[in-house]
Design a protein around this ligand. Sequence first.
Ligand SMILES: *Cc1c(COP(=O)(O)O)cnc(C)c1O
Length: 225
Amino acid sequence: MNLKDNYQHTLAEIADACTRCGRNPADVHLIAVSKTHPVTLVDELAKLGQIDFGENRIAELAEKRAQLQSKPVQWHLIGQLQTNKVKLLDADTILHSLDRVSLSEKLAQRFAGESLRCLIQVNCSGEANKSGVLPEALPELCDHVAKHNELHVLGLMTMAENTEDENTVRRSFTLLRSLSEKVSAQKIFPQYAGWLSMGMSGDFRLAIAEGATHVRIGSAIFGHR
Ligand SMILES: *Cc1c(COP(=O)(O)O)cnc(C)c1O
């Protein structure tokens, strides 16, 4: 595995996907998903200029964050967060998995007097094993979250079905985009920036075609876990 080659190849693929749908590559941000991989690889990639890194477990993120404290790394928590682990989260990390009222309340307590940037995770595919709020329950969750000034909602996040069927995958991404347009039009989140965190190693080209602003890519860069 050559990290540098994989990284450059991934950046080129993102740029190519943008060109094909008439988007500016500067509008699509790569989050390198380093879960299960050693912090030395994160450091190596950071030296190549990568800034945004994602982890799906808060304990692992906190450990890597501590080890790379002096480095210009922006952390993203992309996995589910249990309320009893909210204390491990810091205000500089961007949370992609705000998915329920109880979590928003714990976060608001934890970050009282500060602020936390977050995305609301939506279960666009409706699969039972996926986390995220169901699309029909999103408006109600938004109303709750909007009561907490500490929570700066920037956009939405989703994971598509793990299938070869492009139409099915695309449908989840299209749905997230249209939900985000509705949230944006409601103007309930002052910091809302229309972020769409969607697309992984297997489906980021489709996600970019559907408007992704942040793609979360692990195995294509770091190799198999
Ligand atoms: C692991 C993970 C990714 C990256 O997946 P790859 O297929 O390795 O690119 C993206 N998003 C979430 C939420 C993940 O847990």
